[in-house]
Design a protein around this ligand. Structure first.
Ligand code: G4P
Length: 287
């Protein structure tokens, strides 16, 4: 679900997360593996106030696996523990409580040395809308807890969900806003479906996607739509539009006079891309 974020929403969202920080030991920051920068909150470091954090790159089933590996190495270099996951099927989720505990190893060892019996690690999931927070909570809980789709400012009574014996999770995730200053961020979010098409023009979103596919994923793209040669100059808008037209012709999006209905072609292309029909892709790489 797409929400308009106004300064008031952001302040409220931030306050709600910060209120929960005192209750928890670890933050699970959920990002989209296809766009790890654009699906991150720009103020995350400031908001989390140094709380130990595990980065979970969700929807890794849709992302380019080689690029995801690069991102994990990148985050490690930045001093963050990161792991890939697919919350919808459950792949990669077993590691989450183990790594959350690992983040608190020093603290836990000190407690044991003092003769204390460490309690389960308490965690909060945070992330932008549509990144998979509710899906992850439901999977970890093993039952339906969180309603999918969310709005800032809507809260319900909070409960702890037991995840095995080592972790407890707050049932309400922290909702963060994406970075909007950069128009490309908006396009990337729209390509993955995180932002509704009504907000940006569908042809512009498809144009952005085609330019990227031509440059980085030409082979699967060509294969899917029976395309011929790649554009000679992918900076030339006419050549990108010509590729969009070829996609439209392949899918029978023709209007009178044999012209291609670019809007329809764009919708089809984006739908197929999001459904993984063009294979796995990442829209951002760290290097
Ligand atoms: P949110 O709470 O952060 O807003 O996200 P939510 O869990 O509602 O997930 C948003 C959409 O992303 C859901 O699809 C969900 O099924 C999908 N999703 C979540 N995690 C993964 C993942 O790891 N891999 C894949 N492939 N999809 C994931 P939806 O609302 O049903 O939309 P759609 O599936 O009908 O497009």
């Amino acid at each position: 679900m797409t929400i308009q974020w106004f300064p008031g929403h952001m302040t409220k969202a931030r306050r709600q997360i910060q209120e929960k920080l005192s209750l928890i030991d670890v933050v699970i920051e959920l990002i989209d593996a296809r766009l790890p920068l654009s699906s991150r909150n720009p103020m995350i470091d400031e908001i989390l106030q140094g709380k130990p954090r595990l980065i979970v790159m969700n929807k890794a089933d849709l992302a380019d696996p080689a690029v995801t590996k690069q991102w994990i190495a990148y985050f490690k270099q930045e001093g963050h523990m990161a792991v890939e996951a697919d919350a919808s099927s459950g792949v990669g989720l077993k590691e989450i409580p183990i790594l959350a505990k690992e983040l608190l190893r020093d603290k836990i060892e000190k407690q044991i040395a003092k003769g204390m019996n460490p309690r389960a690690v308490r965690a909060l999931i945070v992330g932008i809308p549509n990144v998979g927070k509710s899906t992850l909570i439901n999977r970890l809980a093993g039952r339906n807890i969180a309603a999918t789709g969310d709005r800032p400012g809507v809260t319900k009574g909070q409960q702890w969900i037991k995840v095995g014996t080592d972790m407890e999770l707050l049932d309400t995730p922290g909702i963060l806003w994406p970075k909007f200053e950069d128009q490309n961020v908006g396009y990337k979010l729209a390509v993955t479906g995180a932002i509704r098409e009504e907000i940006l023009n569908v042809e512009d979103i498809a144009f952005f996607a085609v330019k990227y596919l031509v440059r980085y994923y030409w082979e699967p793209f060509k294969e899917r739509f029976d395309l011929k040669e790649p554009p000679q100059d992918d900076e030339n808008p006419d050549e990108i539009v010509a590729v969009m037209e070829a996609v439209g012709r392949k899918r029978g999006c023709l209007v009178s006079g044999g012209r291609v209905d670019l809007e329809k072609a764009s919708s089809i292309l984006l739908r197929e891309l999001r459904a993984g029909k063009l294979g796995r892709y990442s829209l951002e790489a760290p290097y």
